[in-house]
Design a protein around this ligand. Sequence first.
Ligand code: SF4
Length: 267
Amino acid sequence: MSVVPAIEPRARPSDRSGVVFDLQRAALRDGPGIRTTVFLKGCPLRCRWCHNPESQRFEPQTGKAGKHYGRTMRVGEIMDVVLRDRAYYESSGGGLTISGGEPTAQYEFCRALLQAARTNGIHTCLDTSGHLEPERFRALAPWVDCFLFDFKAADDAAHRALTGVSNKWILENLAWLGETGAALRLRCPVVPGVNADDAYFAALKAWVPRLKGLQAVDLLPYHAIGNAKYADVGMPLPELCTHVPDDVEKQRWKDALADLPVEVTVG
Ligand code: SF4
């Protein structure tokens, strides 16, 4: 008698799992309205100012002080939490934001989450560095209502020095989003002595006319709040000759962008 090999049942989208390092309900700064933000663990970049070093490795880890960073969760499990706040999303124009780490680095999990949200009528934001092969990036886009897209450095050599990766894919993806008119906010980490200079703001301004769906520019001033976490996860603190900017410096950055046709915020 011949033996018929068993067919592996294909995992249902809600059973797909990935590693999450944080999940925040009632988030107010990760896109429009009241949102739930899911932070996926793992990032191919190494930004010298990163204040979430515990998000960089892909696997769950335990810090020296015993704190756990990251756990495996299923899409269905996350959606159970996300859907609890549907009434808040509907009254505020909010929804689900997927952040990281770099969320697209867990590509299938990220896509499954976006699809699950949209299938349930939930607005989606993707908070991304944009560092993903353009073909794959474009395949994700139909599931995203609004992109929160980083702009760290326009010059490729500078981008490599500051983040460890080229910005070739990033700028290609940004240009494509701009042409399609996709809704996006530019998220701009501004680090004194590193990228907070005339060349950076000039490059930023030069990109704005190319981004048809641009809604706002969010300046994210450098802060040192995450520095203690480096020691906890056994990583050396990157050398960075900078300082935490004061209100005067932040206002100067905002003034440099005063003639943009979109809202400029300083976080
Ligand atoms: S992209 Fe974000 S998570 Fe990744 S290293 Fe840079 S700041 Fe950290």
